[in-house]
Design a protein around this ligand. Structure first.
Ligand code: NDP
Length: 341
């Protein structure tokens, strides 16, 4: 059936300016790390993207290696764009990344100019686009000169293959350096993609201050702690949930301590008249330096639940205090070591 977007999609969302840039992003953005690969049902992916757009989500995040197999999330998303959004490209902010392993050999991983330049061309082909809105260095690689990586990213912008540049999981010090090198190339650093949630608060001790001072936006990924910050694990188990897939969600995340915190947080959410997922999203957005919460969704129902976070975004000081009693780092951050490089 021909997709006709909801005409009122822009009426209920307050877009947020990304750092000091001119670009606004939706408060909630949709990522395709999981649930969009070759093993996913295409029509479900398509329905999720349509619903997101119908509810004002304009930003979709990808990476070269999202799948599995690598590249398949970009291929699927490209197919959705071709089928449903060819008239709507200018209403979308599409990002992709390179940094982790994508193909065999020394040129399919890292932060070299050789890898980044080849990878953006491959991504554009899979997506069927002339340019992406944001291209990221997906992770730091300290053995590669910052000048080479940022020089390659600047070249990609100058060639018109990306409009803006982002970095992901860089330490505050490396963020500062990346900012300066890009600036010397005449290309501003738009955004930092960092893991952040009520159970993973490391960016509060340095990175957010750095981003605020530099005027760089922040998009908080895994704001639901891969699903742990939802109502599904309150009894410890969740059939069909990510924890049962044996992938990125380690069963160690379901520790007694974490579950105690999750239950405490869920009780606060209930008092606020929200699901835990909704409160978790509203909570990362309480800081104006966080431009957008980057979430995943396996079903349209999950997406709808999460987007309803926007109905109740304010927190009283007493609520924030109560949340702090449970919002403790829970050893769930897969990217911590990388962000300390
Ligand atoms: P989330 O923390 O939002 O976890 C998403 C998962 O939580 C879903 O797949 C689903 O899992 C569950 N879920 C989502 N909404 C609900 C709901 N309302 N109720 C119950 N369960 C729900 O984010 P992700 O970890 O998926 O990451 C989001 C995006 O961030 C990625 O797609 C990617 O774009 C980006 N990212 C970036 C990284 C980087 O290095 N830059 C690294 C990781 C992510 P289930 O199957 O259990 O139902």
């Amino acid at each position: 059936m021909v997709y006709v977007p909801n005409e009122k999609r822009y009426e209920s969302i307050e877009y947020r300016r990304c750092g000091d840039s001119g670009l606004s992003l939706p408060p909630i953005s949709l990522g395709t790390w999981q649930n969009f690969g070759g093993g996913s049902v295409f029509e479900t992916c398509r329905a999720i993207v349509r619903r997101a757009f119908d509810r004002g989500v304009t930003h979709f995040d990808l990476a070269n290696m999202y799948g599995p197999p690598y590249g398949s999330a970009e291929e699927n998303f490209g197919e959705i764009l071709r089928k449903d959004f060819c008239e709507r490209r200018d209403e979308l902010v599409i990002s992709t990344k390179a940094g982790y392993e994508m193909w065999s050999g020394p040129y399919g991983i890292g932060a070299s100019k050789k890898y980044l330049i080849a990878s953006i061309d491959q991504s554009l082909k899979r997506l069927g686009l002339d340019y992406v809105d944001i291209f990221y260095a997906h992770r730091p690689w300290p053995d590669v000169p910052m000048e080479e990586t940022m020089g390659a990213l600047a070249q990609i912008v100058k060639q018109g293959k990306a409009l803006y540049i982002g970095i992901s999981s860089y330490s505050p010090e490396r963020t500062q350096k990346a900012f300066e090198v890009l600036k010397s190339e005449g290309v501003p650093l738009l955004i930092h993609q960092a893991s952040y949630s009520m159970l993973n608060r490391h960016i509060e001790t340095g990175l957010l201050d750095t981003l605020g001072e530099l005027g760089v936006g922040c998009i908080a990924f895994s704001a639901l702690a891969q699903g742990l910050l939802t109502d599904k694990y309150l009894d410890g188990e969740a059939e069909g949930g990510r924890a049962s897939q044996g992938g990125s969600f380690s069963r160690d995340f379901l520790s007694k301590e974490n579950l105690k915190h999750v239950r405490g947080l869920a009780a606060i959410a209930r008092k606020r008249g929200q699901t835990l997922a909704q409160m978790a999203i509203a909570w990362v957005l309480r800081d104006p330096r966080v431009t957008s919460a980057l979430i995943g969704a396996r079903t349209v129902a999950q997406l709808d639940d999460s987007l309803d976070a926007l109905k109740r975004m304010q927190f009283g000081d007493d609520e924030l205090y109560e949340i702090d009693q449970y919002a403790k780092d829970g050893g769930i951050d897969l990217w911590r070591e990388i962000s300390l490089l």
